[in-house]
Design a protein around this ligand. Structure first.
Ligand SMILES: [Zn+2]
Length: 385
């Protein structure tokens, strides 16, 4: 006889989690299928699904045309009933969105505030304004949000939400978690590195949802990676894993904003490409580089070739070190200029023996906001997920 009440309750939570996960991962699954896959009793599956239905976390539909016998009822997670507010902060772009548990973005506001060294207070003010705008929107007024998930580039203390360092935002030891909790005392708030959020989103809804191990490489105003190991975001000992942008590629290279020479981002970040281009063409931007390369101008072809070469080196470091099943390309530079992704993927086309799949993020610009919301929702509903 089991006399451990705590143990019994734990098993109940685990069983509910198991059933919810089966419905989440296999939309349209039936109760008999859950029973057969989980080895739980039909009575337990019936009780748990009734509980989830009553809480509005799942919904059911009768199967249309049935064969012989009783038609099964198909179960789906009621993602739209479980929304979160999601924030993405970057050097020149801030997004606030409503995202639900199924990864659907319902509403989005974007600002293009340029950060500067004294910006934490101003940026928090902007976040507050965007959240208020969303909460006051007539279509969203009756929504109950599970909390606020935030994603930004930098080294972040997960427990406190302290931003230890963000070279993109030019922040050092900014207590973002405390500042936002002060503004929204009744809301659950989670803050994480943007690439970890993207990795979480990709593993739930994106290109790598069937992969156990993968790397998401993000290239934009900085360079970073999110690592998925055994279906979990790998964070290292201090939530700093994947900070590949400051790996030194050439000690005699260009000075980086971190104060060292020749970091990876000095070869592949958007500003590095633009800096080189302006040696040839005043006020050149990425569009000018791509157009000039298309016209066969050597300086532009050289910039892109070097970009591709160093991106390939970064990919090879990850694939040698981690043996991922897939590498996903993401980040604002590649999302705004898909031609650059094509230049990279072309390099791998003649290597069918490559032991990993190179792919481009399908979530694109939404990767960070979808991931930040998903992290918040999974933390809030961790008894189910
Ligand atoms: Zn650096």
């Amino acid at each position: 006889m089991n006399t451990k009440k705590l143990g019994g309750s734990h098993i109940k939570v685990e069983n509910r989690k198991l059933v919810f996960n089966h419905i989440f991962n296999q939309p349209g699954i039936s109760r008999p299928q859950i029973t057969s896959q989980t080895k739980l009793s039909a009575a337990s599956v019936g009780r748990i699904t009734d509980e989830l239905l009553n809480q509005g976390l799942i919904k059911e539909y009768d199967c249309e045309a049935g064969n012989v016998g009783r038609r099964p009822t198909l179960l789906y997670v009621c993602g739209e009933k479980i929304p979160a507010l999601s924030i993405e902060l970057d050097r020149d772009k801030q997004v606030c969105a409503v995202v639900d548990l199924s990864g659907k973005v319902h509403y989005r506001i974007k600002r293009n505030f340029q950060v500067h060294p004294h910006s934490p207070d101003e940026l928090c003010q902007l976040v507050q304004e965007m959240i208020k705008e969303i909460m006051n929107h007539p279509d969203l007024a009756d929504k109950q949000f599970a909390g606020i998930g935030v994603a930004l580039p930098g080294l972040i203390d997960l427990d406190t939400g302290m931003v230890r360092m963000s070279s993109q935002l030019r922040w050092h030891n900014v207590p973002l978690g405390a500042m936002l909790r002060n503004m929204f005392p009744d809301m659950t708030i989670t803050i994480d590195n943007e690439m970890n959020a993207r990795a979480f989103a990709e593993s739930l809804y994106g290109e790598i949802r069937h992969e156990q191990n993968a790397v998401i490489l993000g290239i934009g105003s900085g360079v970073g990676a999110g690592i998925v190991a055994n279906k979990q975001v790998y964070r290292g000992s201090g939530n700093k894993a994947g900070e590949v942008g400051h790996v030194i590629m050439d000690p005699n290279g260009k000075m980086c904003e971190c104060g060292r020479y020749g970091c990876l981002q000095t070869f592949v970040a958007d500003w590095a490409l633009v800096e080189d281009a302006r040696l040839f063409k005043q006020d050149a931007d990425i569009y000018d580089i791509l157009q000039a390369a298309n016209n066969g101008e050597q300086w532009a072809i050289s910039i892109i070739n070097r970009f591709v070469r160093y991106t390939k080196i970064a990919i090879s470091y990850f694939t040698s070190l981690l043996d991922p099943g897939a590498v996903v390309l993401s980040g604002s530079l590649l999302e705004n200029h898909p031609t650059l992704s094509e230049w990279i993927t072309r390099e791998y086309e003649n290597q069918p023996q490559a032991p990993f799949r190179l792919t481009i993020s399908g979530l694109g610009h939404d990767g960070a906001i979808v991931g930040a919301a998903a992290q918040l929702l999974h933390e809030t509903y961790n008894e189910y997920l």
